[in-house]
Design a protein around this ligand. Sequence first.
Ligand code: IMP
Length: 201
Amino acid sequence: MKLLVATSNPGKLEEFRRILEPLGISVVPPHKKLKVEETGSSFLENAYIKAKAYWEEFGIPSVADDSGLIVDAIAPYPGVYSSRFHELELFGKEEGKSPDEANIKKLLRVLRGKRERGARFVAFVVLYANGKGLWAEGEVRGRIAESPRGSGGFGYDPVFIPEGETRTMAELSPEEKDRISHRGKALRALARILERCEEAF
Ligand code: IMP
């Protein structure tokens, strides 16, 4: 089966490929960028909006993810604002060389001196085609490091220490991240659901 990955984030595309191809699902990137307004108020709704928009534009069964970090001390933030947390007026805006760097700077500032550093990454994935949608979710718990470490992954990976680990997500190998990550869990769950109802797609 071939699925279109409804994202223009190269970090996510790479992860979709790594996780789904060993399960016999080939993934293709969109041949042009599609601007989709994420107007939903939840991860699930935003993933649904993206998967449906890509299916309508390209006519290929499309899989989208909407994901983010929820930090216990300021839950549900950054949440659905994870990618643009630095721009949010709440807790003060922040600047950096890249949006990822500015987001991390802001998060570390907000948590400075706080002992409660628990957090979780969540991912909702939706597969959409022909007026039908399937969805699954995944989560990984951990805590926010005092300072960034590692060069792997993307986004908040350099400051997220998964439960049972001393390394940050950015210090894990790609395979180690996929085994425990929110996206790995969500996509493997989606693949299991798809096995049972592939004929509908
Ligand atoms: P989305 O593209 O709207 O789903 O934004 C998700 C945002 O959440 C990303 O830009 C990252 O900031 C953050 N995020 C989601 N998944 C991960 C991950 O696996 N590692 C690090 N950050 C992530």
